[in-house]
Write a protein that binds this ligand. Structure first.
Ligand code: NAD
Ligand code: G3P
Length: 332
């Protein structure tokens, strides 16, 4: 019998825990704040992140991470990318031996330039074949409202991917499997940066042609980087690549796109953070790590680099747009 712990009760952790409960899987959700765990247990609602969603009665919650991890077969990590290592260092000794560890975070760690599965292997002391990544066009609000959505569960151990696939399948949530962890992770992390670029363009009043141009050329950048790091370009043609780019770059629900729009309106990063009520826009930090990763592997990523410079405040949104459109002419 499978038992899951979802660690992190933000928008996506809470939504994914609901998906698991709806799939009939035994699941407990860990919330950093006691009052959030209490509200989920007592009122079946997460008042801060999903106030309008009635959570399944079968979904349990706790503020005690050790209790949540006790005896589980699968651990799902739903913590922002730059905060994951710190938590894992605390939890490493309590992760059950042999458990599958599923990463929901979409980012690359600043400083180490590691993907989330590498951070988990490192800080959580988990064998790489036990680490799965779940990534795709997965805006939490739409899934919480039970809108039909597909995703990818990637793991080098195909049988583990299949097990997670079955345990999170519902009438509204359809997971596919993949063994290309690198491609799926880079798709999820890099699309946030491209969504920032699309937001910056939208904030300056540009329309769908600009968005589509950024999505498509962004996909070329992500594919090049994936291949350089040992992943497969074909993965990026799927849900974790093109699928997530389309959803995130076009949706008003995307925090990365909204953050980019604020920058495009001329706000600074600090002002954009305030305008977005401190919500996590992973691309703002990951763009630095992804740009450095690309530089070290000799991969050309002009859009990622443009976003990095706008986020660093070293160039204005308007200037960077002019630079990108006036780059050298070359074959597609
Ligand atoms: N929200 C979505 O639609 C969505 C979908 C797919 C993937 N993701 C990814 O999932 C990850 C988590 O996103 P989310 O939307 O749940 O984020 P969120 O901001 O809604 O919630 C973050 C959660 O992490 C917890 N947390 C624990 N330690 C923290 C710390 N030190 N600092 C800040 N928060 C801390 C918070 O309490 C909160 O429960 C991100 O990497 C995101 O890119 C999000
Ligand atoms: O709201 P965002 O920009 O963090 O995007 C959420 C998901 O990653 C979309 O798949």
């Amino acid at each position: 019998m499978s038992r899951y712990a979802v660690l992190g009760a933000g928008s996506w952790g809470t939504t994914f825990a609901k998906v698991l409960a709806d799939a009939g899987t035994d699941v407990v959700l860990w919330a950093r704040r006691e009052e959030v765990a209490d509200a989920i247990v007592t009122d079946h609602v997460n008042p801060e992140y999903l106030p309008d969603v009635k959570l399944p009665a079968a979904l349990r919650a706790t503020h005690d991470a050790q209790a949540a991890l006790d005896g589980v077969t699968t651990v799902v990590l739903a913590i922002p990318a730059q905060k994951l290592r710190g938590h894992l260092e605390d939890w490493a000794g309590s992760l059950p031996r042999g458990a599958t560890v599923v990463s929901l975070a979409k980012g690359v760690e600043m400083g180490t330039l590691k993907r989330m599965s590498e951070v988990i292997a490192d800080a959580g002391r988990v064998d790489p074949e036990r680490i799965a990544v779940l990534s795709g066009p997965n805006l939490a609000g739409e899934i919480a409202a039970e809108q039909p959505t597909a995703t990818v569960v990637a793991c080098t151990d195909h049988d583990r991917a299949v097990a997670v696939q079955h345990e999170c399948s519902t009438r509204y949530f359809k997971p596919y499997t993949n063994v290309d962890v690198i491609g799926c992770e880079l798709g999820g992390a890099c699309k946030n940066v491209i969504a920032l670029a699309c937001g910056v363009a939208a904030g300056q009043g540009y329309g769908d042609n600009t968005t589509a141009s950024l999505i498509t050329r962004g996909l070329a950048e992500i594919s090049r980087l994936t291949v350089a790091l040992g992943g497969q370009a074909i993965t990026l043609a799927g849900l974790a690549g093109m699928g997530d780019l389309v959803a995130t770059c076009s949706s008003p629900l995307s925090r990365n796109r909204r953050f980019g729009e604020s920058l495009g309106h001329g706000l600074s990063v600090a002002e954009a953070e305030r305008a977005n009520h401190g919500q996590v826009a992973e691309g703002v930090k990951s763009c630095e790590a992804i740009a450095e990763l690309a530089r070290r592997h000799g991969v050309d990523t002009p859009i990622v680099d443009a976003v990095r410079r706008v986020c660093a405040g070293s160039v204005s949104a308007r200037e960077v747009g002019d630079e990108l459109i006036n780059r050298e002419r070359k074959p597609e």
